[in-house]
Design a protein around this ligand. Structure first.
Ligand SMILES: N[C@@H](CCC(=O)N[C@@H](CS)C(=O)NCC(=O)O)C(=O)O
Length: 212
């Protein structure tokens, strides 16, 4: 159970937990970090998360009252609600609301699962087909990123002139495969939005801890 008023984030440096850590930092909420395996070996992380998160993934967030939350998008919406802030999530009547929800869900429902499938492909296909399967999934991921690049608005942030949690997702996910060089060349608007988010004073220390 989290201490009174304090969030507890199960995380590994550079993993999707950085998306949530950055948001906690933006809101100035008190949080403590728990190492969730501290390794790039997914099997070890699954073992570390057993008894914490029934789907054995990072991040897991323990709310101050002790309740478990999983799913970065759910945390994104929850933290905006409980702080009453529209800093990261455009409010119900904001002009960017529909686009925000659309691309938030796309990120977690379409792009993010491609890591589940490609990171350890032998969970899903026989070993002799694993390389081809992994290449196909990463190829599909590139298609999805290109779609987002096409949909990114002008103005510096993904939603245009308005910073949002989408830019935090980009700050973190552009460090993942297919890699920073690919994003810089192939999806320059996504890269720029992610880089700008990563440079914000409240987020920069989180990025340094996760990727420095
Ligand atoms: N839908 C989840 C995805 C979480 C996820 O895929 N986390 C990765 C790390 S970034 C993980 O724990 N992978 C290990 C595994 O799936 O076994 C979310 O948005 O929080």
């Amino acid at each position: 159970m989290g201490n009174s008023g304090t969030f507890r984030l199960y995380q590994n440096p550079g993993w999707g937990s950085a998306i949530v850590e950055a948001q906690l930092a933006v809101y100035g909420l008190p949080y403590e970090l728990v190492a969730a395996g501290g390794t790039s070996d997914p099997a070890a992380v699954q073992e570390a998360m057993r008894g914490v998160n029934p789907v054995l993934q990072v991040p897991a967030l323990i709310l101050p009252g002790g309740e478990l939350m999983t799913e970065t998008a759910a945390m994104t919406l929850y933290l905006a609600d409980m702080t009453g802030s529209d800093t990261l999530v455009p409010g119900a009547t904001a002009p960017e609301r529909a686009a925000f929800l659309r691309w938030l869900v796309f990120l977690v429902a379409a792009v993010y699962p491609s890591f589940t499938y490609a990171d350890v492909p032998t969970r899903f296909v026989p070993a002799d087909g694993a390389d081809a399967f992994q290449a196909a999934v990463i190829g599909h991921r590139k298609v999805m990123w290109r779609v987002m690049e096409t949909e990114a608005r002008n103005g510096g942030w993904f939603l245009g002139s308005r910073f949002s949690a989408i830019d935090i997702y980009l700050a973190v996910m552009t460090h993942w495969r297919p890699g920073e060089a690919w994003f810089q060349t192939e999806t320059p608007k996504l890269w720029a939005a992610g880089t700008a988010a990563a440079s914000r004073p409240e987020i920069a220390p989180v990025m340094a801890r996760n990727f420095g």
